[in-house]
Design a protein around this ligand. Structure first.
Ligand SMILES: O=C(O)c1ccccc1NCC(=O)[C@H](O)[C@H](O)COP(=O)(O)O
Length: 257
């Protein structure tokens, strides 16, 4: 399964990174902790479906999505279009992302930034803060309940919000038991890559009303947005839909209606 391959690669990469910069040295670098931009509040607006716009060059399901890929140019359009948050893919092998993209984008925008990667070790939580993220993604399919609790605790200490991603009831129970506040329902089945908004439709009734609900993946049209808003979703996470658009600003206006 692709997730196993991604995690195996990630383990190797983090081991190399730790060799170059130990956890204690990394933590030392975080001497003056800045509070994060309010990722959570920016996603929850009355009567509005907010947008987390993703900077994503490639994916395991689609290969290269955007040939002429310039993360800063894309971030500029997102900023001008007043998206509520941005998500920057930093995974290198399968998504052709980079930590540098996040660092560079951070310097050019005050918009809340999500580091989109596969976090499997506490080291990466500290590292995300150092890169300039305001929020991290924690994927229930690759983490135990204990890890979800521990990584959220560290995130809170260093000043990061957590988006906890689920794809089924079992994962949802796990993140709720772990005290997740921002719940991402991923419409993509990571085994088959099939995406259907029915996943959000199915799971949303089991999410307590006080949580922030993000619907992730496979969102392409104004009709998709209207469908999700009617379900009670707070925010959408969109990558491919924007990355394939010739005019990204126009696509955002179209989706917002
Ligand atoms: O996008 C993939 O193919 C993928 C494969 C395996 C694990 C994760 C994957 N995507 C990560 C994401 O969560 C999406 O980038 C994000 O939800 C945006 O989805 P989309 O709008 O469909 O690009």
């Amino acid at each position: 399964m692709i997730l196993d391959k991604i995690v195996a690669h990630k383990k190797k990469k983090v081991a190399e990174e730790k060799h170059q910069l130990s956890l204690s040295k990394l933590v030392e670098k975080l001497d003056c902790i800045q509070p994060p931009r309010n990722f959570k509040n920016s996603l929850k607006k009355e009567n509005q479906l907010t947008i987390i716009a993703e900077i994503k060059k490639a994916s395991p399901s689609k290969g290269v999505i955007r040939q002429s890929f310039d993360p800063l140019e894309i971030a500029e359009v997102y900023e001008e279009s007043c998206v509520e948050a941005m998500s920057v893919l930093t995974e290198d092998k399968f998504f052709q992302g980079s930590d540098d993209y996040l660092k560079q984008v951070r310097k050019t925008t005050s918009c809340p930034l999500l580091r989109k990667d596969f976090i499997i070790e506490a080291y990466q939580v500290y590292q995300s803060k150092l890169l300039g993220a305001d929020a991290i993604l924690l994927i229930a399919a690759i983490l135990t309940k204990q890890q979800l609790i521990e990584f959220q605790r560290i995130a809170e200490q260093v000043g990061l919000y957590c988006l906890l991603e689920v794809h089924n009831e079992e994962e949802l129970d796990k993140v709720l038991e772990a005290g997740g506040e921002i719940i991402g329902i991923n419409n993509r089945n990571l085994k088959t890559f099939e995406t259907t908004l029915k996943t959000t439709e199915k799971l949303i009734s089991s999410v307590p009303k006080n949580k922030v609900i993000v619907s992730e993946s496979g969102i392409h049209t104004r009709e998709d947005m209207q469908f999700l808003q009617k379900l009670g979703v707070n925010a959408v996470l969109i990558g491919e839909g924007f990355m394939v658009a010739e005019d990204i600003g126009k696509k955002i206006r179209e989706l917002r209606g």
